[in-house]
Write a protein that binds this ligand. Structure first.
Ligand code: NAD
Length: 485
C-alpha cells in the first residue's frame, strides 16, 4: 500500500488518537522510566543482560515451535498495537530524547506497522535437474542481539522485531541509553502482542540500564548468533570487530543535487519536506544541497515558500559554533568538531533562537548558502539546517556531492529530468538508496514503492533490511527424484 499523507492529514490522525488516550501521562517524567509506563511494569525488561539473553532464547524456542500461520497472526497483532499506540510512542520519544516531532514520529510508526515485511519475505529456492531436487531455505540464526539508536528508537525496535520474528529468530535489545524508556515501551508492546496472540509471555527482551558493558556481554554470549547494529560509525565498528556475524547499519550524510532541468518549485518543496521530516533525524534525510548556479535563486525562493528561513553567512558561522562543539581525543590529544547533542533533532525555531532570531511555527527549516568546506556540509547534523552550495555544472556537482557523502554509500538524492545526469550521479555515488525527484522518505516506502525499514545496512551490504536479512541459507538435497518433468 502507498502512504502519501499530507501534513494536515497526519496532524488530524495524531490529534484524534491522542485524544482517545488516557490523559497526557507520557509527558510527565514521573510517569515513565526504563522499566515502567504509567504505573504498569514493562514486560521483557531485565536488570541483567544474561537474564535478558536467557529470556530471548526461550522466546526463540517458542517462535521455532510456532506454525508460520501463527507467527503471522502474532505479527498482525504487533502491527495493530503499533498503529494504535503510534502517538504514545511518538510523544514518549520526543519527551525522553527531546528530539524530533510527535506528528512525524507517529507517521513513522504507522509506516513500520503497515510496510515492514512479515513471513512472506522468507522464500525458499529450488533447483531441479537430472540429479534430482535441491531446496535452499532461509533459516533463522537463533537469538539476535540488536543495538538500536536514539533517533528512531521504538520504530527500530518494532521494525527489527517484526523482521527477526518473521524469520524465526529470538531477539534481545541493547537500546540507546538516551531513549531507553521509549525503546523498552516498544519491547513491552511486542510482548503484549505475543500474549494476545497466544505466544510466550516474554518473546523479546531488553535491559533496564544498557551500557557498553551490557553490549559487550551480548557480543560475547554464546547464545547470540547474529548481531544487528543500527547507529553511528563508533558502534558499527565495534560490532564488526566482535568476531560474530554482524549486520551494520551506519551513518550517512545524504547530498542532494538539483540541476537546471528539474522542476525547481517542486524540488524546493520536496527537499524541505524531506529535510524537516522528524526534524532531520532519519539517516536518509537530505543533509546538504548542491544546486546549479543558474537555478539556485529560484530553488531558494521555493524553499522559503515552503517553510525555510534563509540566514546569512555570518549567522551561519555563529550557529555552527553552537551546534558543533570541540571534542578532544583522550589518546591523541587531537581536537575535532562533533555535533552538539543538545541541538540534534530540535525545531528550527529553537535553533534560530540560539542566534537571537525569533520566528513563528511555520518556519521548519534553516537554509544558508555556504562553500563546500563549511561544517554544515561536512557534518551529519541531524537537525533542520540545510546548507546550499552553488555549483557550475554536473561535473562539479557530482564531484562535491560524492565527497560530502564521505564514502558512507548510504543515501543520495537528485532532482533532474536529465537521465544522463541522474544515471551519472547514481553510478558515481554508489549509495544503498538513491531517490529521484521526491522527498528522501520516498526511499523508505513513505510516498514511494517498496518496503520500509529503519535499519539500512550499507557497510555490510544487506541494504534495506527485512526478514530475509536475518536468515542463514540451508540446503537440502534429494538425489535422483522429485523432478516431475
Ligand atoms: P549512536 O551511534 O550514538 O548509538 C547507536 C547505538 O550504539 C546506541 O544503542 C549506543 O548506546 C550504542 N553504542 C555506541 N557506541 C557503542 C560501542 N562502542 N559499543 C556498543 N554500543 C555502542 O547513534 P544515535 O545517535 O542514536 O543515532 C544516530 C546515528 O545512527 C547517525 O549517525 C545515523 O546516521 C545512524 N543511523 C543509521 C541508521 C541506518 O539504518 N543506517 C538508522 C538510524 C540511525
Amino acid at each position: 500500500m502507498a502512504i502519501n499523507w499530507t501534513e494536515a492529514e497526519i496532524e488530524e490522525v495524531v490529534a484524534s488518537v491522542v485524544k482517545s488516550l488516557r490523559g497526557d501521562a507520557f509527558a510527565e517524567k514521573s510517569e515513565w522510566d526504563s522499566k515502567s509506563y504509567a504505573g504498569r511494569r514493562l514486560i521483557g525488561v531485565f536488570d541483567d543482560m544474561n537474564d535478558a539473553i536467557g529470556a530471548a532464547e526461550a522466546g526463540y524456542k517458542a517462535v521455532r515451535a510456532m506454525s508460520l500461520e501463527d507467527r503471522e497472526k502474532l505479527i498482525a497483532v504487533i502491527r495493530t498495537l503499533c498503529r494504535d499506540e503510534a502517538p504514545v510512542m511518538a510523544a514518549l520519544g520526543v519527551a525522553e530524547t527531546k528530539m524530533g516531532r510527535v506528528d512525524h514520529k507517529t507517521a513513522k510508526h504507522i509506516l513500520v506497522a503497515d510496510k515492514t515485511p512479515g513471513c512472506a519475505d522468507i522464500v525458499a529456492q529450488v533447483k531441479t535437474g537430472d540429479l534430482g531436487l535441491t531446496l535452499t531455505e532461509m533459516a533463522p540464526f537463533g537469538v539476535v542481539g540488536s543495538i538500536t539508536p536514539s533517533t528512531n528508537p521504538s520504530e527500530t525496535v518494532i521494525c527489527n522485531s517484526i523482521g527477526m520474528i518473521a524469520a524465526g529468530n529470538g531477539v534481545v535489545f541493547n537500546p540507546h541509553p538516551n531513549a531507553i524508556a521509549t525503546s523498552n515501551y516498544a519491547v513491552d508492546l511486542i510482548n503484549r502482542a505475543s500474549r494476545i496472540a497466544g505466544g510466550p509471555d516474554v518473546l523479546v527482551s531488553s535491559v533496564a540500564k544498557p551500557t557498553l558493558e551490557t553490549a559487550d556481554i551480548m557480543y560475547k554470549h554464546p547464545a547470540i548468533r547474529l548481531l544487528v547494529c543500527t547507529g553511528g560509525p563508533g558502534v558499527v565498528k565495534s560490532v564488526l570487530s566482535s568476531g560474530k556475524k554482524a549486520i551494520g547499519a551506519g551513518a550517512g550524510n545524504p547530498p542532494v543535487i538539483v540541476d537546471d532541468t528539474a522542476d525547481i518549485r517542486k524540488a524546493g518543496k520536496d527537499i524541505i519536506d524531506g529535510a524537516t521530516f522528524d526534524n532531520n533525524l532519519p539517516c536518509i534525510a537530505e543533509k546538504e544541497v548542491f544546486a546549479f548556479a543558474n537555478i539556485a535563486d529560484e530553488l531558494i525562493a521555493s524553499m522559503k515558500e515552503n517553510g525555510a528561513y534563509l540566514i546569512d553567512r555570518a549567522t551561519a558561522d555563529k550557529l555552527a559554533d553552537i551546534v558543533l562543539v570541540d571534542k578532544k581525543n583522550p589518546k591523541t590529544g587531537v581536537v575535532s568538531k562533533i555535533v552538539n547533542r543538545d541541538c540534534v533533532g530540535r525545531d528550527a525555531q529553537v535553533l534560530l533562537e540560539k542566534v537571537g532570531i525569533k520566528v513563528g511555527k511555520d518556519i521548519r527549516c534553516i537554509i544558508c548558502e555556504t562553500d563546500f568546506a563549511h561544517p554544515f556540509v561536512q557534518h551529519e547534523l541531524m537537525m533542520p539546517i540545510l546548507p546550499i552550495v552553488r555549483v557550475t555544472g554536473i561535473d562539479q556537482a557530482i564531484d562535491l556531492a560524492c565527497k560530502a557523502e564521505h564514502g558512507n554509500r548510504h543515501t543520495a538524492h537528485m532532482h533532474s529530468k536529465n537521465i544522463d545526469n541522474l544515471t551519472r550521479f547514481a553510478r558515481a555515488v554508489e549509495t544503498t538508496i538513491f531517490v529521484k525527484n521526491a522527498p528522501s522518505y520516498a526511499g523508505i516506502g513513505f510516498g514511494g514503492e517498496g518496503h520500509t525499514t529503519f535499519t539500512i545496512a550499507g557497510p555490510t551490504g544487506e541494504g534495506l533490511t527485512s526478514a530475509r536479512s536475518f536468515t542463514r541459507y540451508r540446503r537440502c538435497v534429494l538425489a535422483e527424484s522429485f523432478r516431475i518433468i
